[in-house]
Design a protein around this ligand. Structure first.
Ligand code: GDP
Ligand code: IMO
Ligand code: MG
Length: 434
């Protein structure tokens, strides 16, 4: 079974990094296909905690390719810091590959991201201010620099002459602090990135497809989540890329019929960072309790994550859009000790119960969650002992909770995560990779 994708089924931060790292053991390559360093993927290995923003989680395992696909936006300056983190931990980046078609995040994109947020005032999106939106805007407007350009100094100089003055004008217009960099300095810096990282830049679609032809195992690592998708998420409170299953095809250069398993990463409750509708959001002390128990603070921005109950209207939306074939249910342990746990199974909007996630933000704001209530379960001492004993040893009410999710969505929970470590994972996949 050579291709598996991992996609966030909510608003991001579902534990994709942990699950990717776990499944990467048997993969030959881990591929990012969208987003950029707005992502924050945490991986706990023994006593070490790694926080990856751009690099695919495969970089933490030896002898794997870690591929940045064409749909990703890359900030080389920020990437250099991440590479340092990896090298400081005694790991190399020999397996890194960057698509020559991936677009580049420039400083002016970051500045414009901040300026656009100010412009929006009360309607701000709450972006990570990493320049993601402005970089994708330039890609669509055909103004982008691509990684492959770094290997062509003349092209870089030519594009700089046209683009830098335009961006400086735009920054002035937007009231943003502008960059003082001269055209020469700007172009030389980019050419320098090419000299430093050029050996990693290649046609990653050819690379991935050749590996698939050879029967190699490829793991696609999604960033953000289905509800942040530019088309299908809570627009305009979304990110600027295609986070759903289809994003893999365009963002990695692989055809739809090559993707066999899609793992939806589903947190046992819901979180969201930034602005936008959130029907099952808790308030006050209840929200604070869940935030604290789950350690729900952003990896990229440090912001407190908004917290609420699990929402199966959201899960259905994600499953349909991404073709999810298995759930990886994460952070179930965070719900230990709750007396009652709620799960949303519909939205009451204007007196009618909706089962499908609506497009209208106004409707979402009027929506009242329809809940099913479950009895909670007790805390436990030793997660690893539970893992070795398997699913049947989990508290009875937790098993009921998992079975309800499976029955409601019609999708098996093949991976159960009850702690941040690799060893705190119950694997019911029975060896997809073999
Ligand atoms: P990602 O963006 O989807 O990779 O998720 P983040 O890394 O932003 O956030 C998930 C957080 O939950 C990280 O701190 C993980 O270490 C942690 N985590 C992942 N799975 C579990 C789990 O099953 N239980 C607990 N308690 N923590 C988990
Ligand atoms: P991972 O991969 C959670 C959110 C931001 C903001 C919106 C747009 O760690 O799950 P952007 O900077 O992308 O233009 O911001 O998207 N956002 C995320 N929320 N997890 C993420 O990534 C996110 N990446 C972006 O908070 O609301
Ligand atoms: Mg995250």
């Amino acid at each position: 079974m050579p291709t598996v994708a991992i996609i966030g089924a909510q608003w991001g931060d579902e534990g994709k990094g942990k699950i990717t790292d776990y499944l990467a053991e048997k993969a030959d390559a881990v591929v990012r296909f969208q987003g950029g360093n707005n992502a924050g993927h945490t991986i706990v290995i023994g006593d070490s905690v790694f926080k990856l923003h751009l690099l695919p989680s495969g970089v933490l395992r030896k002898d794997k390719l870690a591929v940045i696909g064409n749909g990703v936006v890359v900030n080389f300056a920020d990437m250099a810091e991440e590479v340092k983190q990896i090298e400081d931990a005694g790991l190399g980046i020999d397996g890194l590959r960057i698509s020559d078609r991936a677009h580049l995040i420039m400083n002016y994109h970051k500045k414009l991201d901040g300026a656009e947020e100010v412009y929006r005032g009360n309607a701000s999106v709450g972006t990570t201010k990493k320049g993601i939106g402005p970089t994708y805007q330039d890609k669509i407007a055909r103004y982008g620099f691509r990684a492959g350009d770094l290997l062509e100094p003349e092209l870089i100089r030519e594009k700089t002459k046209f683009l830098l003055p335009m961006k400086k004008d735009l920054m002035k217009l937007m009231g943003s602090e502008t960059c003082n960099c001269s055209e020469d300095d700007f172009a030389e810096r980019l050419i320098g990135w090419g000299q430093k990282y050029g050996k990693y830049i290649c046609d990653t679609s050819v690379l991935i497809n050749d590996m698939l032809d050879e029967g190699k195992n490829i793991l696609f690592e999604g960033a953000q989540g289905a509800m942040l998708d530019i088309d299908h998420g809570t627009y305009p409170y979304v990110t600027s890329s295609s986070t759903v299953g289809g994003g893999i095809c365009s963002g990695a250069g692989v055809a739809p019929n090559r993707i066999q398993k899609v793992v939806g990463c589903l947190k046992a409750y819901t979180t969201r960072v930034g602005e936008g509708p959130f029907v099952t959001e808790l308030e006050g002390a209840e929200e604070e309790e869940l935030q604290k128990k789950g350690g729900e603070f952003g990896v990229t921005t440090g912001r407190g994550r908004r917290c609420g109950w699990l929402d199966l209207v959201v899960a259905e939306h994600a499953a349909r859009l991404c073709g999810i074939t298995s759930w990886a249910i994460t952070k179930l342990d965070v719900l230990n000790g709750y007396e009652k746990i709620k799960v949303c199974v519909g939205y009451e909007i204007d007196g009618k119960v909706e089962k499908h996630f609506p497009a209208s933000i106004a409707k979402l704001e009027r929506a009242k969650p329809v809940y099913e209530e479950f009895d909670g379960w007790e805390d436990w001492e030793d997660s690893e002992a539970l893992v070795s004993a398997g699913m049947d040893s989990l508290p009875e009410n937790m098993q009921k909770y998992i079975r309800f999710i499976e029955e409601y969505t019609g999708i098996p929970a093949d991976i159960i995560s009850i702690g941040p470590k690799r060893s705190e994972t119950i694997d019911r996949t029975s060896g997809w990779w073999n």
